[in-house]
Design a protein around this ligand. Structure first.
Ligand code: ATP
Length: 216
């Protein structure tokens, strides 16, 4: 079974990495693919470039054999549409291999506004990770998909290539990339919120307003 977990990872932090480990264990796979997405150039001038975000991710997982980075969305021109990524992966994996995409409840709430969303369950299973925040609208399409195509256990995902929705409620660390960028910008330390090699590289490149000579 192939599992992808996408995000901007600007920068990657321990909240992302812990979730990836929880997913690997609870989905019963040996590897999770982290898929950094392309960010349109107009989104905030202090954000790291694609190449920088990729470098930070590679540093973050260097010691962890069960996590890999898939940079296909960064090398594709223009916006990243999940359906395109899944279509490409499905071609590579063949028709029978189970394919899973992971999404937080916040993003899943707008699932029926994603480009080609109806195609997604024909290509992959969707694992929805519960995050703090508003519940899904019970009348909306995402809640209906969970009701009509939901499964209650991860092992069911191994028995079909695509089409199921599974809601998970793993322990989550209260860390956000936005909070880390704000800390750095205001001269506070983000240490222990993200791996040390990532913080070292952020300082080295002067990302998010970090001072390259800072010694914390
Ligand atoms: P930002 O603050 O810039 O919005 P973020 O920290 O929320 O960033 P993203 O890169 O946008 O991180 O998120 C990638 C994926 O990781 C999303 O599916 C998001 O729901 C999830 N995620 C983000 N933070 C955490 C966390 N602390 N624990 C678990 N999952 C998280």
């Amino acid at each position: 079974m192939h599992v992808i977990y996408g995000g901007t990872f600007d920068p990657v932090h321990h909240g992302h990495l812990r979730l990836a480990i929880e997913l690997r264990e609870c989905l019963g796979v040996s590897e999770i693919s982290l898929v950094p997405c392309h960010i349109p150039p107009h989104r905030g001038s202090t954000s790291a470039s694609s190449a920088q975000r990729l470098k930070l991710l590679q540093l973050a997982i260097a010691d962890e054999a069960g996590l890999v980075v898939d940079d296909r969305e960064l090398t594709r021109q223009g916006a990243s549409f999940t359906a395109d990524t899944l279509r490409q992966l499905r071609e590579e994996l063949g028709a029978q291999e189970p394919l899973v995409m992971v999404v937080g409840t916040d993003a899943f709430a707008g699932f029926d506004r994603w480009r080609d969303w109806q195609r997604i369950p024909q290509l992959a299973h969707v694992v929805v990770v519960k995050r703090p925040g508003p519940e899904l609208d019970p009348e909306g399409v995402p809640a209906k998909l969970l009701r009509d195509h939901g499964v209650s256990a991860a092992d069911q995902l191994h028995r079909a290539p695509c089409g199921y929705f599974l809601e998970l409620n793993p322990p989550l660390l209260d860390i956000s990339a936005t909070g880390i960028r704000e800390r750095i910008r205001s001269g506070r330390s983000p240490r222990y919120l993200l791996p040390d090699p990532v913080w070292r590289e952020i300082r080295c490149l002067g990302l998010y307003g970090a001072c390259p000579d800072g010694n914390f």
